[in-house]
Each structure stands twice: as C-alpha cells, then as structure tokens.
Design a protein around this ligand. Sequence first.
Ligand SMILES: NC(=O)c1ccc[n+]([C@@H]2O[C@H](COP(=O)([O-])OP(=O)(O)OC[C@H]3O[C@@H](n4cnc5c(N)ncnc54)[C@H](O)[C@@H]3O)[C@@H](O)[C@H]2O)c1
Length: 343
Amino acid sequence: MKISIDNERKLIEEMLIAYGVKQNEANIVAEVITDGDLKGFSTHGLGRFPQYIKSIQAGTIKLEGDYEIEKETAATAMINGNHKFGHYVTVKAMDLAVKKASECGVGIVGIHDSNHYGIAGFYADLASVQDMIGIVISNTEPAMAPFGGKKALLGTNPITISIPTDDIHNYICVDMATSITARGKLLESKRKGEPIPEGMALDKDGKPTTDPEAGLEGSILPFGGFKGYALAFMFELLAGPLVSAACGEEVQGTATPDVMCTKGDLLIVINPEHFAGSMQFKFYVDQFVREIREENGVIPGDREIENMNITMENGVPVDEALHQQLTEMAQEKGLDIQSYFEE
Ligand SMILES: NC(=O)c1ccc[n+]([C@@H]2O[C@H](COP(=O)([O-])OP(=O)(O)OC[C@H]3O[C@@H](n4cnc5c(N)ncnc54)[C@H](O)[C@@H]3O)[C@@H](O)[C@H]2O)c1
C-alpha cells in the first residue's frame, strides 16, 4: 500500500484538525512530516505521525496557548515552547533566528519545553533558502550508552547544517543523528516485525542485537565510535542546560508520547553577508561542489534529492501496521481516510 505526497499532506491536516489542532499549526506539521518522507527519512515521516496523535490524546502536546519569547537580545532569544507542537515552535524559532541574523549577522535561538519536531533538516533549510547558513542541534530521551558503558544516558542528538547555493541543481545539507541510526529506524523495524542490521544496537546487557525491541531497551551505538559519542555528549549540553532544557536521563518525552517532553533545541543562523559576503561565499560553495562532483564525490544532500524524485514518482510506502494504526485513529474521530491510499 502507498500514499502520494499530496494525499499524505491532506490526510495529516484532516486528522490534526479533527483532533483539535489549529489550521496554521496543522499546516506546518503536515509540511515537515511530508518533507521527511520526500527526502527518504521514513523514520520521521508518516510512520511517526501516530506518536503525535497519542501525545495530543495524552495532553503532552498542548493545543491551547502559544510559545513565548522569554529573553531576547538583538542576536539571541530563548523560547519556551509551552508544549505546543515541536514542528510549529521550531519553525517560529527559526524564523526569529533568521530575522536576527539578517540584522546582526548571527541569530541564535534556544528552545525548551517544546516537543519532538521530526526531521531537523527542515528547519535548517528555512535559513539556507534565504541565503543563510542554518544549523540545528537537539537532544532526545536517552538511546545511546556512553562510550565504554552499557546504560543509555545520551540521546540520538541530531545535527543538521544547511548551506546556501546559487546552483539550482545543488541542495547542500547534512541531517543526521549522532547515533549510527535514528531511534526511528528501530521503532520502524519493530512496527514492521523486521530485524535491524548487525552493528546498530546493543541489548541492555551490552551484547550486540538485531532485535529492535532489545535495542530500544538497550542502546543504539554512536556513529563513528568515540567521535560520534563525543558529539552527542556535547549536543546533550548545548541543546540541554544551555537552553534551560534537560540533559541525559532527565530528557523525556521525545519518543514516549504520554510523558511531557523535556528536551531542548539550539538553532544557529549565520548570515554570510556579514562575513565574506553572500555572493562570494556561494561562489566558493558552488566551486567546491563542482570539484567534488568532478571526482564523482557525493554531496551531503544528494541522497535527499534522489529520494525526492523517487518519492514524487512512486509515493510513500505504507505498511499494514501503520495503515491499521492510522485507520483506527481516524475512526475515533469519525473520519474515513481510505480514499487517500492506493494499492
Ligand atoms: N527529532 C529528533 O529528535 C531526531 C533525533 C535523531 C534523528 N532525527 C532525524 O532522523 C533523520 C535520520 O537520521 P539518520 O542519522 O538516521 O540519517 P541517515 O543515516 O539516513 O543519513 C544521515 C545523513 O547522511 C546522508 N547520507 C547517508 N548515507 C549517504 C550516502 N550513501 N550517500 C549520500 N548521503 C548519505 C543523508 O542524506 C543524511 O543527510 C534525520 O532527519 C534527523 O534529523 C531526529
């Protein structure tokens, strides 16, 4: 079974509205989730949507009220997400960071008390399409053991960097967890009843496992050994205590919908105009990309472009378990969503 990107967007909006989400927030959530599926991050696409519905039902995503700017200078801001949808809060925070960077050269915004926001790259791209560099760092509830240890104390702590370009054929963005794979990969494999590849996770006794459930109870390995762990360690602090969010074991609610989310996000926007100059920066960016391509090298972002073309053509695969979950959640609100899917 599959669903087109257009239908996926409509389905998400219709369900969110039925569950009481405001239209402008529903639009943003649908936009980010479909962007995840378009770019091939199925771990953070429609498959993650039921988690958000459960969070609404549990009251850990708040439908009323709004985010607040708690502190502000010309270049910085601290945002209290007030447990609104993470997608909505992060888009608004990124808009603010871009505005500050357009005036000051740099805009740095910290967020606490928000919620899971899907793919980090969506927000970094909001800066790069405006000729600025977007960087987003977050922490998540524990999934990774410290290097040498067994117990998960660090999150999968993603980082994304999106770079502006003048070449319409280029999309330059890295968007990655600091764990060898996102936790979503294990959740997805568990839902589909499939094993995970070897070398991804350890069980709670620190032994290698291909069982996603055992990996979720144990830990996911860092990418790149100590180096991935060291980055995750730093992001735990930069996206945690620095922005009045939790850190380590205190981080909750990014994958557990019935618990209030305590993670944090750090958004950094750099305006090249205040450094080398935008034209000059993009000239060297595109020259570098050409040099890499001449060596048949892959550019960070190439895979996303390739996946976008494939997804636009073929639609998004929907497995039986996900279809069932979505159908039941829609039925609770009296919605019939079957016409959105194709065999
Ligand atoms: N919201 C959260 O709390 C949270 C936490 C962790 C991860 N995530 C998201 O999960 C998603 C998946 O993360 P991941 O680390 O599992 O992704 P991944 O390992 O599939 O890819 C990471 C990056 O490397 C690139 N890449 C990987 N292999 C490539 C290849 N062979 N050729 C070209 N490019 C290649 C990808 O395009 C991507 O930019 C990301 O969107 C991330 O933001 C979110």
